[in-house]
Design a protein around this ligand. Sequence first.
Ligand SMILES: Cc1cc2nc3c(=O)[nH]c(=O)nc-3n(C[C@H](O)[C@H](O)[C@H](O)COP(=O)(O)O)c2cc1C
Length: 188
Amino acid sequence: MDVMTAIDQRHSCRSFDGEPVPREIIDHLLHAASQAPSSMNAQPWRFHVATGKTREALSEAMAMTTVHLQEYMDIFTSEELQSYERFYSDLGQAPVILSVTVPCVHDDIERINGYVSAGCAVENVLLASGEYGLGCCSITAPVWVRDKLSEILELGDDWEIVSLVLVGYAAEKPLAPAHSQNIAVFHD
Ligand SMILES: Cc1cc2nc3c(=O)[nH]c(=O)nc-3n(C[C@H](O)[C@H](O)[C@H](O)COP(=O)(O)O)c2cc1C
């Protein structure tokens, strides 16, 4: 698949059929992540790959985030809130959860570099997943329960979770929300 097709076809998948993803394919996704650009080629990311019991533990912790959805009552319709509630209660039955982590740092520049670099690595995973017929969703909602997630993954104090990437085979075609083309201000 050419890059522009992969970019145009990528959309967030929030409903999976539960079918396990072969280890070999997960390795391809991790390879895609490893090729991302990063400040000073620091490659600050570490991906924790959870299946089985660890995946269940992460999912149970994430189910606790549904209480925070009430904060979005004014933004979302009740239908949207219900669908997010369903999604967070079992993470769409995604069989694989990638927890993307970066080192905890105090320097502002280093912190931004870490987040942006991790974002590049995540996008590589999202784009590569299409090549293997997989669906993905990158979520930062875990910030609500990050201490619990960190405990499950035994991250200690030196690493923080920036997002979870849910990976699996889509149960249904993801929605394709509109993306504005009006994003640039040109200067000459
Ligand atoms: C930084 C970031 C955080 C996101 N956090 C969440 C999240 O917490 N929950 C969720 O359902 N989707 C999350 N998403 C997915 C976005 O909602 C999605 O990318 C956006 O609505 C555009 O839809 P599309 O990915 O299908 O094109 C996140 C995406 C990004 C890049």
